[in-house]
Write a protein that binds this ligand. Structure first.
Ligand code: NAD
Ligand code: ZN
Length: 357
């Protein structure tokens, strides 16, 4: 048995209004004339948050387009442009949902590593530490703020740059920034956290470390999506900490079936992570009976629609592509179903599951 020795985020600040401390936090990390690069979720273009970015000297603000989840080509383009324009930069600050945070981590790494980000999709392939990087979530749920990966869609696979160089140097957890997220988006991303908890807590990789964070995160999700009558400040505060704890839980265990199956949807159809997980989890009563039951109640209470029949009319070849992507996620299946998972989740069984979505 080899125990994971995992690298955590270096610094964490939490609290309403903590975003205002950003200028002060960045100051000691500014090097000569090398700028700080702010990647801001394009949702905030022309919104008040854009004018609160503490730009100094030749700092640059880039609005990151996340209509699609980040691709290796997008990471490569941004980092190459920055190398051409500035040579060196002091750091990258990603402000947005999981997509922008992942983009910021990947750009930071690619500033100091040769080639394409696609070369580093996998485990521990990154050679050099990236530049200073800061993550500031504006949606709560993915846990991307604490994870050691950055999920990218590349030419041949959807896989993260998993490495000890990947976690942020600093995160700023300011629940005010999630305040105006649309109800549906907030739910889909929040359910990513709920599903992390269920998959971690029912998995075979579970241990006391993961359990302590997973149980807390689950409790916070239940508070905001099941118990509370209305969404308020306390809900944003709680969900932000749920996301953090949920991320810590899976850092020392693993996710499971909803994630393995939704990766296939995302690869073939471009279905986004949060909503994709919801579409799959909705049909997993055979594996996560209690969680799926509670999930359905949350969907109803929060008046959310989960898309149905999204795989209708796909060809055999397309089903095969999804099945291949999904079965490639071996640790996820092993965590969910144990060492003999291949005997349980056959291609035929997985095909039937995909047909239900
Ligand atoms: P997202 O980042 O994809 O954003 C979804 C949409 O919400 C976008 O249109 C965005 O512009 C918008 N948005 C962001 N903040 C908003 C706000 N405050 N108000 C209104 N709109 C806002 O969504 P997400 O669910 O946070 O992240 C999903 C991404 O995270 C995927 O790319 C997935 O692969 C990645 N992910 C990464 C990890 C990890 O460990 N690195 C874990 C889970 C998911
Ligand atoms: Zn997830």
């Amino acid at each position: 048995m080899k125990f994971r020795n995992f690298k955590m985020v270096d610094y964490v600040v939490y609290g309403r209004g903590s975003f205002n401390q950003l200028d002060e936090i960045l100051a000691p990390h500014r090097k000569n004339n090398a700028p700080m690069i702010f990647l801001l979720d394009h949702f905030f273009e022309n919104k008040p948050l854009a004018s609160r970015i503490p730009l100094r000297g030749n700092d640059k603000l880039i609005f990151a387009n996340v209509n699609k989840e980040p691709k290796t080509t997008y990471v490569d383009r941004i980092s190459q442009d920055l190398k051409n324009e500035f040579g060196n930069i002091s750091g990258v600050i990603g402000i947005g949902g999981g997509s922008v945070m992942d983009l910021a981590k990947a750009v930071s790494l690619m500033m100091n590593n040769p080639g394409s980000s696609a070369d580093y999709q996998g485990w521990d392939l990154v050679k050099n530490a990236g530049v200073y990087k800061v993550g500031i979530p504006t949606l709560s749920g993915t846990g991307a703020e604490v994870s050691r990966t950055t999920v990218l869609t590349g030419p041949t696979k959807k896989l993260g740059m998993n490495s000890d160089f990947t976690p942020f140097s600093q995160i700023v957890l300011d629940p005010e920034l999630t305040e105006n997220a649309p109800v549906n988006q907030r739910f889909y991303t929040g359910m990513d956290c709920y599903i992390h908890c269920i998959e971690s807590l029912t998995g075979t990789y579970l241990n006391e470390f993961s359990k302590s964070y997973g149980e807390k995160a689950l409790q916070l999700c239940q508070k905001v999506f099941v118990q509370k009558e209305n969404w308020d400040e306390e809900s944003d505060d709680a969900l932000m900490m749920a996301s953090y704890a949920g991320g810590m839980s899976i850092a020392y265990s693993q996710v499971g079936i909803a994630h393995a199956v939704s990766y296939g949807l995302s690869y073939l159809l471009g279905t986004k992570h949060g909503i994709g997980n919801c579409i799959v989890f909705d049909k997993l009563e055979e594996y996560y009976a209690d969680g799926v039951d509670e999930f359905k109640k949350m969907v109803e209470k929060n008046k959310i629609e989960i898309p149905q029949h999204i795989t209708k009319g796909l060809s055999d070849e397309q089903f095969d592509t999804m099945i291949n992507v999904s079965l490639g996620m071996k640790p996820l299946w092993e965590n969910a179903l144990g060492k003999d998972w291949e005997k349980i989740m056959t291609r035929e069984k997985l095909r039937k599951l995909y047909e239900k979505l």
